[in-house]
Design a binder for this molecule. Sequence first.
Ligand SMILES: [Zn+2]
Length: 446
Amino acid sequence: MMNLNAAGTALLVAALGAGPTMPALTPYSPISTMVDAVQAPRLKSSVERLVAFGTRNDFSETASTASHGVFGARNWIAQQFEAIAATAGGRMSVSLDTYVQRKTLRTPRSVRESSVIATLRGTAPGRVYLMSSHYDDCDGRCTDGAGTAPGADDNGSSVAAVLEAARVMAPTRFRGTIVFACFDGEELGLWGSDHYARELAARKVPVLAVLNDDIIGNSVGGDGASEPNVIRVFSEGIPSGADIARINLVGSENDSPSRELSRFIAEVVPVYVPGLSVRQIFRADRFMRGGDQESFQAVGYSAAVRFVESHENFTHQHQDVRVENGVQYGDLPQYIDAQYLRRATQANVAALATLALGPSAPTGVRMELKRLGYDTTLQWKPVAGAVSYEVVWRRTDAPQWENASNVGDVTQATVPVSKDDFVVGVRSVDSNGLRSPAVYPAAVRE
Ligand SMILES: [Zn+2]
């Protein structure tokens, strides 16, 4: 147990008065090496190869050896993963998650679905992190497998990113297991991710974070807006099945596992990708749109976020390829900014590598509620691989953690911060200076 002495308290109070005091994170060189290894030309060529299948619409299926259609594309993705697995020292396996999707009101018939999954096994049990994309695509109608559907940005960009992340990360031994997923059937109802997430949940696989990428390769919006050094991360507020009365009582409505993951990503990415900033969007997804992160949230894997480019161009998504009134429609590869896609991929690699190499987040985090008081006491369970812990806090109306105090290798700490006025959490720190995402405490009245 740790209680700050008078000098420590004075320091903290002084720090509070001086404004935000988050530690300046420094890059951990093995992660920098992986991030720097991400190559724009390779990303571009993956997107172009996927586009060359003509369409990856689910109803375009032909033989998996064909150079046209969704089966050929899935086969090509699996081949890429197999080649990457050969560099992983026997730790990576590649599989298809296959099932028959029944006809729905929207679709003409039943169809065979196969998500392509590469799993890079870590050394520590109980920790699985997922980076995902979808490889199916749409023209203007979505159920017309006969049309041309290039799907460069939606979502060839993210399939290229997942393959590239797997390439640069495969040779490294991680503590956590990393799943690189290219889902099928996203466009018609999140089919592939729904099937896979349910399967993981049934096997009680401990998925601690999901980074879902969908539309990450274009840097100029349809309205001309462009912020090539910003990527958006969407996170849901209230997890499905949450006890809303309880959330209201303890004021944790802005501290869902997805939000803590979002804050973690926003802090880590600029450390490894200088000049790139993460715009946290505190919303499950864009209006009238959704993504595969929802399939994980729906089965209780609550820490799931979506990466998406800073400004979208809707004339290049879900459109038949055509020129109309001098305007080019269609999700064509010439609108991919390979340098932007590189930065988006690097953001994923930085966050994913920090999650899987660093310490787990603390569990069993509780806030003591024994009496009215002017400070905050937290307790948690020790984390394997952690050498110390940081208590973090922020004003209730601040988006990001503003202050941190390293309280040492302890499982209880009291900080001179009013729990009434601040949001307080705790995170693990390892010997390489890597931090876990922070955890919002359960309030326990004893
Ligand atoms: Zn998409």
